[in-house]
Design a protein around this ligand. Sequence first.
Ligand code: ATP
Ligand code: MG
Length: 280
Amino acid sequence: MNFTAVKYVCVSGGTTHSQERKGRFPMGKTIAIVNQKGGVGKTTSCVNLAAALTAQGAKVLVCDFDPQGNATSGLGLDKTRSPSVYDVILGGAPMSRAIVSTKWADVAPANKALSGATVELIGLDRREFRLRDALEEVKGSYDFIFIDCPPSLELLTLDGLCAADTLLVPVQCEYYALEGLSDLLYTVRLAKQRLNPTLELEGVLLTMYDGRTNLSLQVAEEVKRHFPGKVYASVIPRNVRLSEAPSHGVPVSVYDPLSRGSEAYELLAKEFLAKNRTPR
Ligand SMILES: Nc1ncnc2c1ncn2[C@@H]1O[C@H](COP(=O)(O)OP(=O)(O)OP(=O)(O)O)[C@@H](O)[C@H]1O
Ligand SMILES: [Mg+2]
């Protein structure tokens, strides 16, 4: 890809360095990856979309906002690293100190300390805006910031919704796929009305798709009916390489670049970039 360069200053991992920024994307667009249903592919999509976007020239931050820390380990980082996102939103550490650079994306790591945050945030000032306030410092250094949310609609996810410009919702192609989406949409509506009026839906991503089964086809049709124009044409197939890559601490594009899973996230990244390119 040929990018017209705009110089900008990137703060990352505590060091400041210059970076060629393309000037073709909205600066620091923040996308929360949400679905309160567990195991639908939020983290897999976060890690692999981020890596595919980096490979295509974007500057990306993955903010792990799940106490499970799966995005952190999936990108090869030690979960015991500190400062972590917990120290940022509760200990007042600057976000730039928590960020670690990897070959595939910068990462703000998380670990199980974050599970206490749900309770510790109660009673604090601007508790729903802790993440948003913390990201403000580094927003200008990235094209895209992805927040990997936990599988719940509690306070951490609410902080994710308040920090985000848009939401990316992975939906697993299974029988109960749409169950729970109404709860998610209700929470999103409340967050939009009361806390973050400009929050929009970025897109809905079909995951673990198996085109040989009627069920996958039916779920895809149903999801498209519910979210007209918002479902990505790129679908993520069920692919064992995607489930193996995290145990090696690398994205699938490194673990098995020719796998169907890797190709799917590469196509998704192209579609995502095409939708986000600002008019010249
Ligand atoms: N397309 C896929 N094909 C095969 N396995 C997948 C695929 N996507 C995700 N998985 C596997 O399914 C499991 C759940 O995926 P993942 O952790 O990305 O979901 P999640 O929504 O982030 O889960 P949680 O809600 O617990 O955070 C993982 O073991 C992952 O490796
Ligand atoms: Mg996850």
